[in-house]
Design a protein around this ligand. Structure first.
Ligand code: EPZ
Length: 469
C-alpha cells in the first residue's frame, strides 16, 4: 500500500471547488446553446460509497482511487469516521485511504446526523455486525422515486442469523453469534440487497448461495474489490452468486469503474441541445444497452478506446430524432437511471415514444415539470409497450407516452431527485429563455463539479443570488 503524504492535502470532505457545496441552491439557465466540448468522468457514484463500506471488512487500510467529489462520498466519510475509521486523502486528490483498524461503536445521534439523505447506511449492517456485533441504522433517505422498502435487506440479514429490532429512532441490529452462510433468493434482483448479501456473506461462516442477484457493472466492481480483499465469490449463470466465507479480509487497492450513469446523462445533454460532447472515461462495455437506444433515437457516437484517454463522443447529427419504445429493467436491460435524461431528449424526437418504467414506480413523476415547459407527456397506469411488470395492477403512473418534437420554453423547476435534477438542467438548456432550477444541491449527490463541466461545454447559467427568494 502507498504511504501517502497527506499534510498538504485537504480532508476528503473538502471539495476541489470549495464553493460547490455552499452556492445558492438555485441556478438560472438560459437555453438555446448546443453543448459542445469534453468532460471527464470519475468513479461511479453507485460503486464508490459501497467500496468505502467494504473497507470496514478489512484488517488493514484500503486505498480507493478515482473517487469523485460528490456529497454521497462526504456522507459515507462522515459515517465511517463516526465509527472510528480514519479516512484521508491519498497521494492524489481523487484517492482515499481508509483505515478501519481502530473501529468502534458510534454514537447513535452522530450516525443519524451523518446519514443525511443517503441510502448507503443500510449497507453498513454486515460489516458492522462482523466487526462490532451491532449496527444502528436511522431512517433512510435517498431519491424519492418510489417507496424503496428495505424488506429484502432485513430478510437477508435475518437469514444470516442477525436479530433486527425496529424502534422509533431506527433499526437496531445485533449478531448474538457469528453470522452463518445461508441460501437466499431475492424476490427481485435488487442492487442494494445483492450488495448487502455480498458484504455480509464474505465474512460469514460457510457458504452463501444468492439467487436472483443483481449483476450491474457496479456490483461486479464491488465483487472485484472484495476479491482483492481475500473474499471467495463465484458469479454463476442465471443470477446465482456463491460466496464462501473466509476468516479474515485484508485491505484493497482499487480504482473505481467510471460512472456510466453520468456518461449517459452527458450523452442525452448532447442530444437534447443539438450538441457534441466527448465523455472521457466512458466505457462501451458497461453502456451497450444505452448505446443501442442512443443510436435508435438518432444520436451518433464514436468509441475511442485509446488506453491513454479512452472515451465516447456523443453528438446530434442534425437530422430529426426518432421516437422509440423502451422499457427500463435491471442489468443488462436499459438502466432506470438512464431513463430520465433520455426522456428529455425524446421530447425532441419525431412521433410517439413509449417509456415503461419497471424499476421505480414513481420515477416518471418528474415529467410534470417537462409538461410545464411545453412537452407533451401523458402518464398511464398500464404497462405500455410489452412486458407486464410489478406495478401494472397497482395504480402507479409508470408508463409514459411522449409526443414530439415540441419546443420547450423556460420555467421554474423544483428538483425532486438526483437524475431528474440533471434532466431538468438538460431541459432548461434545450429550452428557449431562462429557467430557474431550484434544489440543485441534490445534483451534487452524484455529479462531480457539474457547474464547471457545464461551463466548459458552453452552457449559459448563473447561480441564483442569495438575496432572491
Ligand atoms: C440502486 O438503488 C442505485 N442506488 C439507484 O441509483 C439505482 O436506480 C438502482 O440501484 C437500480 O439500478 C445506489 O446504488 C446508491 P434496488 P437501490 O434495491 O439499491 C425494490 C441513482 O439515481 N426493493 O435495486 O436502492 C425497490 O423499491 C440511484 O443513481 C424492494 O422492494 O435499488 C425498487 O423498486 C437512484 N425491497 C427495486 O427493488 C428492498 O428491500 C430495485 O431497487 C429493496 C429493493
Amino acid at each position: 500500500m502507498n504511504s501517502a503524504p497527506v499534510t498538504a492535502l485537504p480532508h476528503p470532505t473538502e471539495s476541489a471547488d470549495p464553493g460547490a457545496f455552499a452556492r445558492p441552491d438555485r441556478i438560472h439557465v438560459t437555453g438555446g446553446t448546443p453543448l459542445s466540448g469534453q468532460v471527464t468522468l470519475r468513479g461511479a457514484k453507485n460503486l464508490v460509497p459501497k467500496a468505502m463500506v467494504a473497507a470496514l471488512l478489512g484488517s488493514a487500510p484500503s486505498v480507493l482511487r478515482n473517487v469523485p467529489q460528490i456529497s454521497d462520498v462526504r456522507i459515507v466519510t462522515g459515517l465511517l469516521e463516526a465509527h472510528g475509521v480514519t479516512v484521508r486523502t491519498g497521494e492524489n486528490r481523487d484517492e482515499l485511504v481508509l483505515d478501519p483498524t481502530s473501529m468502534d461503536r458510534a454514537d447513535h445521534a452522530e450516525i443519524t446526523a451523518h446519514a443525511g439523505e443517503s441510502r448507503i447506511p443500510i449497507l453498513l449492517c454486515g460489516p458492522l455486525l462482523h466487526r462490532i456485533g451491532h449496527a444502528f441504522i436511522p431512517d433512510l433517505g435517498g431519491c424519492r422515486i418510489g417507496d424503496r422498502p428495505i424488506d429484502f435487506h432485513l430478510d437477508a440479514l435475518r437469514a444470516f442469523g442477525a436479530i433486527v429490532d425496529k424502534r422509533p429512532d431506527g433499526l437496531h441490529i445485533e449478531a448474538p453469534q457469528k453470522l452463518r452462510g445461508t441460501k437466499i433468493t431475492l424476490p427481485y434482483p435488487s442492487v442494494g440487497s445483492t450488495e448487502q448479501v455480498l458484504l455480509t456473506a464474505v465474512l460469514a461462516e460457510g457458504v452463501t448461495e444468492l439467487r436472483n442477484a443483481a449483476t450491474e457493472p457496479e456490483i461486479v466492481d464491488l465483487i472485484a474489490v472484495l476479491q482483492k480483499m481475500g473474499a471467495i465469490i463465484s458469479v454463476l449463470d442465471n443470477r446465482v452468486i456463491h460466496i464462501t466465507g473466509v476468516e479474515r479480509l485484508h485491505g484493497y487497492v482499487h480504482r473505481a469503474l467510471p460512472d456510466r450513469l453520468e456518461a449517459a446523462s452527458w450523452a442525452c445533454a448532447a442530444l437534447a441541445t443539438g450538441g457534441d460532447i466527448l465523455v472521457r472515461g466512458a466505457q462501451q462495455g458497461s453502456m451497450m444497452t444505452f448505446l443501442n437506444m442512443f443510436r435508435r433515437v438518432g444520436g451518433e457516437f464514436e468509441v475511442d478506446d485509446d488506453p491513454s484517454a479512452p472515451g465516447i463522443r456523443f453528438w446530434h447529427p442534425g437530422d430529426s430524432l426518432h421516437a422509440l419504445a423502451l422499457e427500463t429493467d435491471v442489468h443488462p436491460g436499459f438502466q432506470t437511471d438512464w431513463q430520465q435524461p433520455l426522456v428529455v431528449a425524446l421530447t425532441q424526437a419525431q412521433g410517439l415514444s413509449i417509456v415503461h418504467e419497471t424499476v421505480y414506480e414513481k420515477r416518471l413523476g418528474f415529467t410534470s415539470a417537462l409538461i410545464s415547459m411545453g412537452a407533451q407527456v401523458q402518464l398511464y397506469r398500464e404497462c405500455l409497450g410489452g412486458t407486464p411488470c410489478r406495478f401494472g395492477q397497482r395504480n402507479f403512473m409508470h408508463s409514459a407516452v411522449i409526443s414530439g418534437p415540441t419546443k420547450l420554453h423556460a420555467a421554474d423547476l423544483e428538483i425532486p431527485d438526483l437524475r431528474a435534477g440533471f434532466s431538468y438542467l438538460i431541459a432548461a438548456l434545450a429550452a428557449q429563455g431562462t429557467s430557474t432550477v431550484h434544489g440543485i444541491s441534490l445534483i451534487n449527490r452524484g455529479y462531480e463539479d457539474f457547474a464547471d463541466k457545464l461551463n466548459a461545454l458552453g452552457a449559459r447559467f448563473e447561480f441564483g443570488a442569495p438575496s432572491e427568494s
